[in-house]
Design a protein around this ligand. Sequence first.
Ligand code: PRX
Length: 635
Amino acid sequence: MFKPSAEFKAQANLGSEATYKRLYAESVNSPAKFWGRQAKELLTWRKPFKQVLQWKAPHAKWFTGGALNVSENCLDRHLGTARENKAAIIFEGEPGDIRTITYKQLHREVCKFANALESLGMKKGDRAAIYMPMVPEAAIAMLACARLGVIHTVIFGGFSSEAIKDRVNDCDAKLVITADGGWRRGKVVELKSAVDRALTGTPKVEHVVVLKRTGNEVAMTQPRDRWWHELMAEAKAEHKPKAFDSEHPLFILYTSGSTGKPKGVLHTSGGYLLGTTITTKYVFDLKESDIYWCTADIGWITGHSYVVYGPLANGATVLMYEGAPNQPGPDRFWEIIDRHGVTIFYTAPTAIRAFMRWGDDYVKKHSLASLRLLGSVGEPINPEAWMWYHKMIGKKRCPIVDTWWQTETGAIMVTPLPGVTAAKPGSCTRPFFGVVPKILDDNGKEVPKGSGGRLFLTQPWPSMLRTLWGDDARFKTQYWSEIKGIYFAGDGARFDKDGYLWVVGRIDDVLNVSGHRIGTAEVESALVSHPAVAEAAVVGRPDDLKGQALVCFVTLKSGQTASDQLKDTLRAHVAKEIGAIARPDSVRFAAGLPKTRSGKIMRRILKEIAAGGEVKGDVTTLEDFSVVASLQAED
Ligand code: PRX
């Protein structure tokens, strides 16, 4: 147990166990009272809400009757206050270019870009896809959409053109916002050309806005494609934001599930903004003077909630870095922390493990004295990495918040509160306000403390997903049907004797590779789309660095010959179909896959083989045991 220090406690935004207990009890026993008060205190409403929650499981409406503008909450309300000339974003590009953008300047840019979007015909309810590097313009694009009530869908810059096409078509985006490229490990990642390839199959897209970032040559198709800087040169700097209903959709974010098709998680305005605002304030103990750095890309939920909406609604100074952690050297992050005086640092266990592997010397060259709080997100943090983070980066001085949450939850759900909760390395500890986690067995019965089971959240919370875009039936079956009416998170977990939560990981067919969710079915469908492949099964293998590695078992069509070259071709094919993050770590050819007599692939067996272990457990339902023997011999 790592208890909070007296110094930290004394200055914490929420500094006592008694306050946590009192507020937590109120939040779960009288949610309408608790959330109603927080919504009034933390957000600026144009029209007050009438009712805090309308709950007809699984559909929630928060703050009904209320109207607000999310961009106004992140920008306009800081103007005319002491924050007006405070840095909203400190940006460092990978080549070393640095820009500081104050709240007043960010407001101006967002207003201009909102006007530019309007000039292209974008209006409330339209969808815009954003496919950009980690540059301030990505946040500007998101906030300008929010200002107009345009629903954005950010597509991670590492996804392929196929993935862009699927997402753009799924939500019928009218507009794509992109850049010529972004910098990554000293090279240009070409974004516009990927968009061009995607747009050969997206009939609804009318315009593409292109930011000039890297200066590489791009093809501009007239009149579809417009330069960001040309639109901005013509745009007015004033823009009066309209107020939208609290339940107006803010964004769609696609995430992997257990089928081949990514799910469009829908978040709306008031509840989402409240969830991200309150967690940023208390989980990160945010102070006016902090320089806050969350290393997530805006393409993921962490980038939405804890680079853009949560911190800006709180008037924080956000550090944004474009590139790779080891460019030009493995100490780039530590250099950045010292150069800008970063005080709060939020990153992923997979990154921490990479830093450990690169060696302590790179850390020791830097002071890191400005840091006061550390965070972890995306996957369970192994205690060894936690200890290294604590000693080497936090110098035993900084509390670590291990935050459990999901794309679907919108905001942090289970986490230590700094200054209050004693940490145990590897546990995300206790629920945040309004969150009621339960571990249930297959029959929906609560398991005793210490036993494992499936993780559910039994009460609705403001930043919960509202549905899956265009597929409410899947929303219901995916999350609310395991046990009717309560939210199934898809994770396995247990409570220990102190009531601390330990999340073990996904128990569905979703892998967590370097903190990124990848559906095995998506990779399988990419593999079988290659002409040489007859059948494919994809499983995870424990990996020291990535958490899980992708192992693919592939049977070939007759007439095809297994070769190392074909393995490489298939790995490249998956990267082309989905994106480099899904490139398989290993491809293994097999004469057949282990199946039950009813034809279901027995993944459990493949997992054991992939992990290099013996095949244990029951194989009596297996159709042909010789398949397993040959798969083991293959390795
Ligand atoms: O399995 C859990 C894991 O990441 C999943 C959610 O992934 P995604 O929607 O991509 O969002 C990641 C960023 C919020 C969860 O179902 N996960 C996330 N944070 C933790 C975690 N597992 C253990 N501990 C965490 N702190």
